[in-house]
Design a protein around this ligand. Structure first.
Ligand SMILES: Nc1nc2c(c(=O)[nH]1)N[C@H]1C(S)=C(S)[C@@H](COP(=O)(O)OP(=O)(O)OC[C@H]3O[C@@H](n4cnc5c(N)ncnc54)[C@H](O)[C@@H]3O)O[C@H]1N2
Ligand code: MOO
Length: 423
């Protein structure tokens, strides 16, 4: 399959998740499913912007009362020549024409003040910042910490959001270790560490990362597991394969220590992961069982290899229960390219947040492939996107230096290329 076709197919394989109402505290990182409206005006009443005196008419003014924020408002209407002491945020009495800050007030004799006032000054009128019913953020906006504050100010207790898709990660390979200096013949897992941030950036959440030994049985068990957790092969004990780090070095831990399916929290898809990412086991070696296991499970294989360098053994399938399986090649840069091709478009589609298309001139040497698309790590600059090098499939060095991947079509010659933004 061509690279553009694979990317488009990945997006079309996902259906946007259903909106759900979640408490504010759980909406962070989700996308708004509907526009955010002001349920109340801000400010909600005519209030003072300063600690001082609300006055009516010309001075001097007789001080006839005091209103603190949160206290009872002044009962009557302020008449010319009267003043009420007000705190910042407290409602000003009806009839007040301005607020004079304490530091401008001249308290000449007991209970009477003088001083300069500018009509309307230091009174925040009801709805002056935001009128009731106003749309302040569009549907699709990412809920940031500031969004939560704004939503609260506007009277919201829950937000209608697209739940963040859950992604379970399975890292395969007997040679892969999670910590320390890899011994000869071992490699540090370089894919598991980048996936949570990448997934988060694309609108999802990694519900668990699990190390699997090579062999069809653990992979089969992990993929066949109930959406909320994985079954131990044979033993039937609920639980799961352990989180990286929980097990014996270089090996895999006993079931029970981890639950990669995770429980769903607010703002996340209920009922377990929507997507399972398998790292490694995608190729044709004796330890590469992904395709055979998917066939045994009756999965519908949607993408079986892509004409792209690096990352050609990547794979996309749908399990019988609807979960999508993304197979990333074991070489880490190939895995990143494949994740940008298949996983990111799926997550963006699930959260209704398509990436804006970008093109750029390419400034520097690239060797287009005769038949395959190339993904080339680049840095943007004033003279176009500059390839940063260090882009062998087994190394993330170039991608770590880059801010985008340039998409170089087969046989390309020209100037402009598409850029895929990296997190
Ligand atoms: N006969 C063929 N052999 C290979 C082909 C092919 O088409 N025909 N494709 C090559 C390409 S390209 C890639 S990429 C790899 C993909 O292999 P797998 O997905 O099966 O992955 P492994 O064989 O397990 O590992 C490949 C390589 O990557 C290292 N690795 C694995 N997992 C990790 C990890 N989490 N972090 C860091 N490095 C990892 C592993 O040690 C191997 O060196 O297949 C080629 N072979
Ligand atoms: O996926 Mo491989 O090069 O394409 O490393």
């Amino acid at each position: 399959m061509t690279w553009p076709a694979a990317r488009a197919l990945a997006a079309s394989a996902a259906c946007p998740s259903k909106p759900s109402a979640v408490p504010l505290g759980e909406a962070l990182g989700c996308r708004l499913a509907v526009p955010l409206r002001a349920l109340v005006a801000v400010p909600g009443a005519d209030v003072s912007a300063m600690d001082g005196y609300a006055v009516a008419g010309a001075g001097p003014w007789r001080v006839v009362g005091r209103v603190l924020a949160g206290g009872a408002p002044y009962a009557g209407e302020l008449r010319a020549g009267e003043a009420v002491e007000v705190a910042t945020g407290a409602p000003v009495p009806a009839g007040a024409e301005a607020v004079m800050p304490y530091e401008h007030a001249d308290l000449s004799r007991s209970g009477v003040i003088g001083g300069p006032v500018v009509p309307g000054k230091h009174i925040r009128r009801r709805g002056e910042d935001i009128s009731e019913g106003a749309v302040v953020l569009a549907a699709g906006t990412v809920v940031t910490p500031v969004t939560l504050g704004l939503a609260a100010a506007l009277g919201h207790d829950v937000l209608e959001v697209r739940p963040r898709p859950g992604v379970a990660v399975l890292v395969t390979g007997d040679e892969v270790v999670d910590a320390g200096l890899p011994a000869p013949g071992r490699v540090r897992d370089a894919i598991g560490p980048f996936l949570p941030g990448l997934v988060e950036w694309a609108g999802g959440r990694v519900t668990g990362t699990v190390r699997l030994p090579d062999g069809p049985a653990p992979l089969r068990a992990a993929l066949a597991g109930a959406p909320g957790g994985w079954a131990e092969p044979g033993a039937g004990t609920p639980g799961g394969w352990a989180e990286p780090g929980a097990g014996t070095p270089g090996g895999w831990a006993e079931p029970g220590a981890g639950t990669p399916g995770g429980g769903s929290q607010g703002g996340e898809s209920p009922g377990g992961p929507d997507v399972v990412v398998v790292c490694g086991a995608s190729s044709k070696g004796p330890a590469d069982h992904l395709r055979a296991v998917l066939a045994e499970l009756g999965a519908d294989v949607l993408v079986d290899g892509v004409a792209v360098r690096p990352g050609h053994p990547q794979l996309l399938a749908r399990l019988a229960d609807g979960r999508l399986v993304v197979g990333l090649p074991g070489n880490p840069f190939a895995a990143l390219g494949a994740a940008m091709t298949l996983l990111v478009p799926i997550l963006r589609e699930l959260t209704c947040s398509p990436a804006p298309a970008q093109t750029s001139a390419l400034s520097g040497e690239v060797r287009p492939h005769p038949c395959d698309t190339r993904l080339v790590p680049v840095r943007r600059s004033g003279r176009g996107a500059v390839p940063v090098g260090h882009d062998r499939p087994g190394s993330l060095w170039g991608a770590a230096l880059a801010d985008a991947l340039a998409v170089v079509p087969p046989g390309w010659s020209g100037e402009q290329v598409e850029l895929i933004e990296l997190p």
